[in-house]
Ligand binder design. Structure first.
Ligand SMILES: Cc1cc2nc3c(=O)[nH]c(=O)nc-3n(C[C@H](O)[C@H](O)[C@H](O)COP(=O)(O)O)c2cc1C
Length: 246
């Protein structure tokens, strides 16, 4: 155990923030920590848009599934997969990369790079005593949010992150058993027993945790989330922006 692992293991999503804003220095420090992450082929295929305009933040909160806390404190970062700058550089060099950036792998490259930078930013924030919450709800409102942020082609918002001073924190959530997630030498397709055990653990967690208590288990909430967020418009959104055509 060391202080880095302690910070990692103490992670909880925070959904209530004080009014204390982040300083410009903190924002720069966080983004710089994000940028230090590894990047596939060093493409740095992402852009982070900070939303400081309160009215814009409220509109985004609305479009991101009506998650009001996004606009109630903290700084909002929108992480975008981005190969737009690569396209522009290639055009200047008279090189055609459209076959690559229009393929499925390019959106993965951008989304992976954005995620690695994001998690670095999250850990940096948590090490500073700040709270964070990822906002995948950005993809629920991806069309409207992209319009608001003037997102050009070959750019796609993948999630947001709210970062701020925590008002309250939940207890840390237990994760899936080690053996359910770590398989050795081949894929273990028989993890039902482990998942049943985990459902019992999460039932206890949700019914006894500090803060809002709920009667639910992990299996139901995970499947329920897929039911609530089919996001069937995503393929069209991506292809309209030039991505994922083949
Ligand atoms: C990509 C991503 C998107 C998420 N989107 C949302 C969201 O829109 N709203 C929200 O309240 N939490 C969101 N979360 C937070 C998860 O609900 C949370 O990480 C999960 O329940 C585990 O809880 P913990 O982070 O407190 O350990 C998101 C997390 C990730 C990684």
């Amino acid at each position: 155990m060391n202080s880095t692992i302690e910070t990692i293991l103490n992670h909880v999503s925070v959904r209530s923030f004080t009014d204390q804003p982040l300083t410009q220095e903190q924002i720069k420090q966080l983004v710089t920590a994000g940028q230090a992450a590894s990047s596939a082929s060093f493409q740095q295929a992402y852009t982070i848009i900070g939303v400081s305009d309160q009215e814009l933040k409220m509109k985004i909160a609305d479009l991101a599934g009506g998650q009001k806390f996004i606009a109630e404190g903290g700084h909002f970062f929108v992480f975008c997969a981005d190969v737009n700058r690569h396209k522009q550089i290639a055009e200047d060099m008279n090189i055609d990369i459209s076959g690559t950036i229009e393929g499925m792998d390019a959106i993965l490259v951008g989304a992976i790079d954005a995620s690695l930078a994001a998690q670095n930013l999250v850990l940096a924030a948590e090490s500073m005593g700040l709270g964070v919450c990822y906002i995948g709800g950005v993809r629920d409102g991806i069309i409207g949010i992209s319009d608001l942020l003037n997102i050009p082609e070959y750019v796609a918002p993948v999630f947001g992150i709210v970062v701020g001073y925590p008002n309250e924190r939940n207890d840390t959530k237990p994760r899936l058993p080690f053996e359910a997630v770590y398989h050795e030498n081949n894929y273990n397709n028989d993890t039902k027993g482990l998942i049943n055990q985990y459902d019992e653990l999460t039932k206890l967690y949700y019914s006894t945790r500090s803060g809002i208590k709920q009667n639910k288990i992990w299996s139901e909430s995970a499947v329920g989330s897929f039911v609530r967020h089919p996001r069937t418009f995503m393929k069209k959104f991506l292809t309209d922006k030039g991505w994922a055509k083949h």
